[in-house]
Design a binder for this molecule. Structure first.
Ligand code: F6R
Length: 243
């Protein structure tokens, strides 16, 4: 992977926003792969500012696919990734809501939701630029350690560590769902450009494992080493365990 070390999250956001603006200028119906969580927020904010500039490309035809969704949250829950993507991405960027997809985490339809999602990504022609964060467990998407490097979209169980990390978004740690539906590692690897962002010392081991560690299903982030066009954008703290 190409590793870029930046001063702070704001600079990372500007960098990735520039790449997305260039992509949309080239390809007005570009397909973006959207991560949730804290890490991509500086990118979404920078992008919203850029798109408000005079001469910015029109994003009405831009399409999007979220990486993952919780299973079993009450529909309309503000921390469901459907709600988060609407609030943090679709609205501020002015994307067309019908063109932005989030896996369906409703238990009633979960049997078909994963295959439907894979088909929808393929029908869109695949993802042009996939934004990724990484968990302390090394997960990308919600592919926790032990995920097959060839996996496709499916239901997974969140680790206790990830549930604890995400408890900050919920009223109580017990409210964090046990399960999720996530693009697989194989799904993620089909995107034409991967942009993995990580900030802070807490991510430094997961980053070192992803960038320099052995390729292993126990270190899901290491799958980016299989990708011919992966960019890793880090602050100094997240980069601190790289050789
Ligand atoms: C989110 C996702 C996760 C997060 C990761 C880091 O859609 O798939 O892999 O990117 O858990 O989360 P933050 O950015 O909140 O530290």
């Amino acid at each position: 992977a190409e590793v870029v070390i930046v001063r702070d999250e704001a600079e990372a956001g500007e960098l990735v926003a520039s790449a997305i603006v260039e992509l949309v200028e080239r390809r007005p119906d570009a397909v973006l792969g959207l991560a949730t969580g804290s890490t991509p927020l500086s990118t979404y904010r920078a992008l919203a500012r850029r798109l408000a500039d005079e001469g910015a490309p029109d994003v009405a035809r831009v399409r999007g696919f979220a990486l993952d969704e919780y299973v079993g949250l009450p529909s309309g829950h503000p921390e469901s990734y459907r709600a988060v993507i609407a609030r943090e991405v679709v609205e501020p960027l002015g994307l067309t809501p019908e063109l932005v997809h989030v896996p369906n985490g409703e238990p009633e339809t979960i049997r078909t939701a994963a295959d439907d999602y894979e088909r929808a990504i393929q029908a869109a022609g695949g993802v042009d630029l996939q934004i990724l964060g990484i968990g302390r467990t090394g997960h990308i998407g919600f592919n926790e350690p032990g995920s097959s490097l060839a996996s496709l979209t499916r239901v997974k169980t969140l680790t206790e560590e990830t549930r604890a990390d995400n408890a900050r978004f919920f009223d109580s740690p017990d409210d964090v769902p046990m399960h999720c539906i996530t693009q697989g590692i194989g799904t993620i690897l089909r995107a034409r450009h991967l942009v993995l962002l990580a900030f802070g010392e807490a991510k430094s081991q997961a980053v070192a494992d992803a960038v320099e560690g052995p390729l292993s299903a126990s270190r899901p982030g290491s799958a980016i080493q299989l990708h011919p066009h992966a960019t890793v954008v880090l602050d100094e703290a997240a980069a601190s365990r790289l050789d």
